[in-house]
Ligand binder design. Structure first.
Ligand code: AP5
Ligand code: ZN
Length: 218
């Protein structure tokens, strides 16, 4: 089963994707994570995207489609793919359909995680930290790092904050979402693939809603 998680920055796409990896053995393909890995590796492409990402703008379609294409060609897609943060433009959405078709795969569900309260999204990303060892995502208020300072998943003790998780970049990211990505809601509705969940519930409530969708025939 292959799904897209669609939603504004801070909607909880990464959090839910990690739960699906744990519980269903699916493979998470996050273009944000791929781009952050490219930045760390210090490649020419990594250097080019770093500034764009920190300001909150979208990286070019060519780069992100290339990353996804490369990964799909590698195969080994476990219990199916969760596309997290991809596609984000209509051109990326068209490219995804073509790439899946070429590999003999299809999209089963597009889960829109709806959060209409921009302030709540800003609060979510402002409180976010990530385990540097395993990538577990925390939040200062809703999912704090345990008092002993050890990651619940791997015991790691280093937690990082993202350069684009500040109010100014967040405004740009939200604008990019409404302008470039929100039209995909209509696109997938027309393809009869759109399913919507409320993104404001507790993490486990949202997970149950998504689980109910995946249990239905597509
Ligand atoms: P990306 O890494 O994809 O970031 P994003 O879309 O802005 O989404 P986030 O990772 O901020 O949020 P999320 O929805 O995953 O929320 P999370 O689960 O972490 O992209 C970063 C940048 O890369 C882009 O700006 C762009 O420059 C570039 N890029 C990436 N893909 C691209 C593409 N396809 N095309 C072009 N450019 C691209 O949760 C957030 C916080 O809230 C956490 O602290 C979490 O613990 C907490 N939380 C989660 N769920 C809940 C809940 N239900 N209740 C309370 N708290 C919760
Ligand atoms: Zn960890």
């Amino acid at each position: 089963m292959n799904i897209v998680l669609l939603g504004p920055p801070g909607a909880g796409k990464g959090t839910q994707a990690r739960l699906l990896v744990e519980r269903r053995g699916m493979v998470q393909l996050s273009t944000g994570d791929m781009l952050r890995a490219a930045r760390k590796s210090g490649t020419e492409m990594g250097r080019r995207v770093a500034e764009v990402m920190d300001k909150g703008h979208l990286v070019t379609d060519e780069i992100v489609i290339g990353l996804i294409r490369e990964r799909l060609l590698q195969g080994d897609l476990g219990g199916g793919v969760i596309f997290d943060g991809f596609p984000r433009t209509l051109a990326q959405a068209d490219a995804l359909m073509e790439m899946l078709k070429a590999e003999g795969l299809r999209l089963d569900h597009v889960v829109e995680m709806r959060v209409q309260d921009d302030e709540a999204l800003v609060l979510r990303v402002s409180g976010r930290s990530t385990c540097a060892t395993c990538g577990e995502v925390y939040h200062d208020v809703t999912k704090p790092v345990p008092a002993d300072g050890h990651c619940v998943k791997c015991g790691g003790t280093t937690f990082t904050r993202r350069g684009d998780d500040n109010p100014e970049s967040m405004r740009t990211r939200l604008f990019a979402y409404y302008k470039e990505t929100a039209p995909l809601v209509g696109y997938y509705h027309a393809l009869r693939l759109l399913r919507t969940v409320g993104g404001m519930g507790e993490i486990e409530e949202v997970a149950s809603e998504i689980e109910a969708i995946l249990a239905r025939p597509s």
